[in-house]
Write a protein that binds this ligand. Structure first.
Ligand code: HEM
Length: 146
């Protein structure tokens, strides 16, 4: 096992750069949903009324907000990410927290396929960096439940 010496800030920068390279790939969002439904087919149920052409655009905005939220210095990204936490919580779309595991894995699979400069360590960095906002979002599941 290799010693992991990078700081959190270095890993955030590496993952953000990798994300922006991957997201510039025409099919990144499409691949992400393909992997998500492959890893857990029942997730499709949540999307039975979804217009995927639109969803593939808004998920990129959502990911941009999520990466802005991680750095903490982008107020609009923070406000938008909090709004997303609310739309996904129990009272609204009712995305049960266990689904976030598959969401992270599908995101990494799409990143791996679409980032032209992918290297193996990025997989660890993505998983670590993305776990912070995703844990935050899933912890908001019951935030305004009755
Ligand atoms: C941090 C993780 C996530 C982010 C950043 C995110 C982002 C987004 C964004 C930007 C939208 C567009 C609608 C809106 O603004 O509310 C959306 C909608 C949606 N998301 Fe997520 N999402 C996340 C996790 C999940 C997970 C884990 C699931 C289910 C497994 C999920 C299911 C949905 C569904 C069903 C919609 C509605 C689609 C429609 O409008 O028909 N999301 N998400």
């Amino acid at each position: 096992m290799k010693a992991r010496k990078k700081s959190w800030e270095e890993k955030v920068d590496l993952v953000k750069d990798s994300y922006y390279r991957a997201a510039s790939h025409k099919f990144f969002a499409e691949r992400f949903y393909k992997y998500l439904f492959y890893l857990k087919p029942s997730i499709k149920e949540y999307f039975k009324n979804t217009d995927f052409e639109k969803q593939e655009e808004v998920i990129i905005d959502g990911l941009d907000f999520m990466f802005g939220y991680i750095s903490g210095d982008d107020k609009n990204a923070r406000v938008q990410f909090l709004r997303l936490c609310k739309t996904h919580n129990k009272k609204n779309m009712n995305i049960h927290p266990h689904n976030y595991y598959y969401w992270i894995e599908a995101l990494i699979m799409a990143g791996k396929e679409c980032d032209a400069n992918w290297h193996d360590d990025l997989e660890y960095y993505w998983r670590e960096v993305v776990s912070f906002p995703v844990m935050f979002m899933s912890s908001m599941y019951l935030s305004d439940a009755e």
